[in-house]
Design a protein around this ligand. Structure first.
Ligand code: CU
Length: 261
């Protein structure tokens, strides 16, 4: 719909609203650019040296310029107060209930995204920084009863379609930024903080591949904060599945976990 802006495909329930605001801001900026550009050209001609050999120390008194400036400021304040802030508030004031959402912890590190599901008991197991190793990047304490069924993964975020996804986002080392372009999600991951971010994916990966005619398409997780030398390779994928496929994946993970024990 808003393809003229070159936006990525939209695949979440709130994407349309964000795109509308992006378009609105672009149009406003275009009007300002043309308006102020024309004013600048006018001033160049009007106050050229040839027509004004002596400087006027009182300066020019332009009513139109002043009222235009005030009008632009009012429009900008209105956009912020009545559009941008309320739109942001709907994202950060209320979060989906945990029992109605796919709750997943995502922990950024140099240079990967660790993914942690609570498993069948819906309780996240204890994690401890002392247990962090290359085999256990989340430092998950498997001796904790809540951790027994926990599923972990790296750079692969499986989620079911049309159900809220509640990501509890944090970082192990430096500030990263969790960017899902097709979902119109971007949130900094900050060490020492757990920040909730949510979205409702509306198009499965398979469906999007068909829609775009790109069989290899993936919803990418990009780190959108320059976080170190390997920043460029800090990428993951979101695999949006049908509820059945997602459940199948969860069951497989649980089976692998039981086999490993
Ligand atoms: Cu990063």
């Amino acid at each position: 719909m808003l393809n003229y802006l070159g936006l990525p495909a939209a695949a979440s329930s709130h994407a349309g609203e964000i795109d509308q605001m992006t378009a609105l801001v672009h149009w406003l900026m275009l009007v300002l650019f043309v308006g102020w550009g024309a004013f600048f050209l006018f001033v160049l001609v009007r106050f050229r040296r040839g027509a004004n050999p002596r400087a006027n120390y009182a300066g020019a008194k332009g009513k139109i310029a002043k009222s235009t400036e005030i009008a632009v400021a009012i429009v900008e304040v209105a956009l912020l107060l009545f559009y941008a802030i309320p739109a942001w508030a709907t994202r950060v004031k209320e979060f989906p209930a945990e029992n109605e959402a796919t709750v997943v912890r995502v922990v950024g590190e140099q240079f990967a995204w660790n993914v942690h599901y609570a498993g069948a008991d819906r309780l996240f197991g204890r994690t401890d920084i002392k247990l962090v190793s290359s085999d256990n990047p989340l430092g998950l304490d498997r001796s904790d009863p809540n951790a027994k069924d926990d599923i972990t993964d790296i750079n692969n975020l499986h989620v079911p379609v049309n159900r809220p996804v509640l990501v509890q986002l944090s970082s192990k080392d430096v500030i990263h930024s969790f960017g899902l372009y097709e979902m119109r999600v971007k949130q900094d991951a900050i060490p020492g903080m757990q920040i909730p971010v949510w979205f409702i994916p509306t198009v499965t990966t398979d469906e999007m591949r068909r829609n775009l005619g790109q069989p290899a398409f993936e919803y990418e997780i990009t780190c959108s904060q320059l976080c170190g030398l390997g920043h460029f390779r800090m990428r993951g994928v979101v695999i949006v599945q049908t509820p059945d496929d997602f459940q199948k994946w969860l069951d497989e993970q649980a089976k692998d976990l039981a086999a490993a024990r």
